[in-house]
Design a protein around this ligand. Structure first.
Ligand code: ZN
Length: 385
């Protein structure tokens, strides 16, 4: 088989009211129904969860971070121990990112030149260098189902000349990533950049879509842009990909409402640490809003966080017990809360897919928006700060 096969099962765009579509991405370790959300396992673990918890929450694919695994425990060590799937005990699909985002945002040296990026480890200050070839070598050693071409992301608000320079370099690095990639059982996705500028975005879409990638990432968003800027950018990218037989993946987006609006604009795949991060702050996502378990009114509440939710928390425990665990900083709190928010997010994607399958996505949009509530990613960040 080829490393990746993507099939569009239902395309709701015919009437012009939406570009949402239902699909199936088949990878070396299994199939992924789209639109789909990927929980993030930064250090080869979805924080606080056993892999069985991750699967029980409904995850069919997770993302892991090349930068973090390269620094610790080291990609060669993971390869010697049988690869990332075996190392972390997860036998379903995995996608590794290119490391570009972390190299640029976490390393405090980060000198970018034409050949690559020199950066300082956030762990011990040691100096390292990533090039497109090295990023691919690390990802091939990790052995995920999907690797990603090395790119140079910049914040959406960066000056135009900075965005233009990074976008052109990303194109040259994309070609080098394609040439360097040799594992036939691993898919390779390319990254579209271009910031918020429509001309740069359009050019980047055409260049990256012109290369033989198995999937197309939409990068440089889910940063400091507004929701309407993000949606306007998707309105540039996705129409240029009409008829393109590859999945579209918006990196770093995580709040239910943001996911829904991006699906409506034609995006198939997402990842974010957001549901897990806000969970560890005691915020439970529930239909129509959120429940802050630290609020004193829950200390005597015998009800589950969300009636009917099949997660580890709601199946067995009351709001009062969870309120107690968070106050006592008990470790079980993080496992239960993370299980709930990932279950909520993945169930939300299941509802979106069911609507697409039934041909009722447009009719159900307002109901789905109400279920997602008005939680935007930046709003959650403010609330949890
Ligand atoms: Zn729950």
């Amino acid at each position: 088989m080829t490393a990746a096969h993507f099939e569009v099962l239902a395309d709701a765009s015919a009437g012009g009211a939406t570009r949402a579509r239902l699909g199936r991405l088949t990878l070396a370790h299994g199939s992924v129904e789209t639109p789909q959300f990927m929980p993030v396992g930064t250090n080869a673990t979805v924080k606080a969860l056993h892999p069985e918890d991750v699967a029980a929450a409904g995850a069919s694919i997770i993302l892991s971070n090349t930068y973090h695994l390269y620094l610790r425990p080291g990609h060669q060590r993971i390869a010697r121990l049988g690869g990332l799937h075996q190392f972390m005990g997860w036998d379903r699909p995995i996608l590794t990112d290119s490391g570009g985002f972390q190299v640029v945002s976490l390393g405090d040296l980060r000198v970018v030149d034409e050949d690559g990026v020199t950066f300082r480890s956030h762990l011990d200050g040691s100096v390292h260098r990533f090039t497109p070839e090295h990023s691919i070598e690390v990802q091939e050693a990790l052995g995920a189902d999907v690797a990603v071409a090395f790119d140079q992301p910049v914040m959406p608000s960066s000056p135009l000349e900075v965005v233009a320079d990074a976008t052109e370099r990303t194109h040259r690095w994309a070609e080098r990533s394609v040439r360097a990639h040799a594992r036939s059982d691993q898919a390779l996705f390319g990254v579209i950049q271009g910031g918020l500028d429509p001309e740069l975005r359009a050019r980047s879409t055409e260049v990256i879509a012109g290369l033989p990638f198995h999937g197309l990432n939409i990068g440089g968003l889910a940063g400091d842009e507004t929701a309407s800027q993000r949606e306007a950018t998707l309105d540039v990218v996705v129409p240029l990909l009409t008829g393109d037989p590859r999945p579209r993946y918006l990196m770093g987006l995580g709040s239910p409402l943001d996911l829904l609006e991006a699906v409506d604009r034609g995006v198939d795949l997402f990842d974010s640490v957001l549901p897990a991060r806000v969970a560890r702050n005691g915020q439970f996502w529930v239909p129509g809003g959120r429940l802050n378990i630290r609020n004193s009114r829950y200390q005597d509440d015998p009800n589950p966080v969300q009636e009917g939710c099949p997660c580890l928390a709601c199946r067995s425990f009351s709001r009062a017990y969870l309120a107690h665990l968070f106050r006592a900083r008990e470790l079980l709190a993080y496992r239960l809360a993370t299980s709930h928010n990932l279950t909520f997010t993945l169930d939300f994607m299941t509802r979106i897919r069911a609507a697409l399958r039934a041909g009722t996505f447009t009719a159900q949009l307002s109901g789905l928006r109400a279920r997602a509530s008005r939680i935007r990613g930046n709003e959650v960040a403010e609330q949890s700060a």
